[in-house]
Design a binder for this molecule. Structure first.
Ligand code: C5P
Length: 314
């Protein structure tokens, strides 16, 4: 086949703990990542030229080599030069639904879809692990986005331990449309404020990772206990993003006044989400938040937690 359409779901962070500095300049993390059904659609087509071309229905999305979907195709071209010679370049069309600068891995999931799609288009027969390894060269969240579902992520975020899928949980997402937060800034700012709390020796690092694996959030997920999951939501980056972005802090406060299982910022923000255990309750939260904050620039989505990552469109 010369063209493929893929669904690329967003993620939220149920848990994000910053453990320390890494020799590669990144942070050592312990996270629990969760796919949601808010998704972009990616269409790939062989273009019979030597070019990698990206287009997007949202004019705000850059379509040059800085776009992670473009980077993913470039990584595949470099890793599989013979396949690139045989099949030629590719047109990548992104139908954008996931907001940008949102902490929802919108760019990373687009890159993951390109990796999965080119593996099919070029008949490479890669394993999921091989695709994830390529994904790690593009961004820390890309390996998770390939497989999706619910997973513990350690290291830079690329070391994954899958957890059972969460059934019957929903997330109401809220984000001011023109309020992105830079991930680079968020981590840099965290380091400036909290580096004295970082652990560096191997023993403490392993201990902190084990604490997450054996911790209350994983136990709540294993028991499919939505109320406990809501209580255990955690994100260290809130400590720097909320003080610097009063609108995000206000959004979080308003959501926390409503009848939800729990409220947290996702990734480096600026999305705040509330968990619920039914779709009607998620809808009620969406409407109640709209009444509390009638600003037309506030985007609100009701989404379901889902058990997988990149998939072909039916
Ligand atoms: O890996 P990715 O390019 O998505 O990361 C974006 C930025 O977030 C990095 O450049 C870095 O500043 C920060 N980051 C970090 N530690 C991680 C992941 C991301 O400091 N584990």
């Amino acid at each position: 086949m010369h063209s493929y359409s893929l669904i690329a779901p967003a993620k939220i962070n149920l848990y994000l703990e910053i453990i320390g500095d890494r020799p590669d300049g990144y942070h050592e993390l312990a996270m629990i990542l969760q796919s949601i059904d808010l998704a972009d659609r990616i269409h790939l087509r062989s273009n019979g030229t030597e070019a990698i071309r990206v287009q997007c229905d949202d004019p705000q999305v850059p379509v040059d080599a800085s776009n992670l979907a473009h980077k993913a195709a470039a990584v595949m071209k470099e890793a599989f030069p013979e396949a690139f010679r045989r099949y030629g370049g590719v047109d990548i069309m992104i139908y954008k639904r996931i907001p940008m600068g949102a902490g929802l891995a919108g760019g990373s999931t687009n890159a993951a879809a390109v990796l999965v799609g080119l593996d099919l288009m070029w008949n490479l027969g890669l394993t999921q692990g091989e695709i994830q390894e390529l994904g790690g060269r593009i961004g820390s969240d890309v390996p998770f986005c390939v497989a999706g579902g619910t997973a513990i992520a350690t290291g830079r975020g690329e070391k994954l331990s899958p957890l059972p899928s969460l059934e019957g949980l929903y997330a109401v997402l809220a984000k001011y449309q023109s309020l992105p937060v830079s991930t680079v800034w968020a981590y840099k700012s965290y380091r400036e404020h909290f580096q004295s709390t970082y652990v560096s020796d191997d023993e403490s690092l392993i201990g902190r990772r084990q604490r997450v694996h054996a911790g209350a959030m994983v136990s709540a997920i294993l028991h499919q206990d939505g109320a406990k999951i809501g209580q255990q939501l955690h994100n260290d980056l809130e400590k720097v993003v909320l003080p610097a972005y009063p609108l995000v802090a206000e959004l979080r406060e308003k959501l926390a006044q409503l009848d939800t299982l729990g409220v947290m910022m996702s990734g480096s923000g600026s999305t705040v989400f509330a968990l619920t255990d039914s779709l009607p309750q998620a809808e009620r939260i969406r409407q109640a938040l709209r009444e509390l904050l009638p600003d037309p620039h506030l985007g609100i989505w009701t989404t379901q937690l889902i058990g997988g990552g990149i998939r072909l469109e039916n």
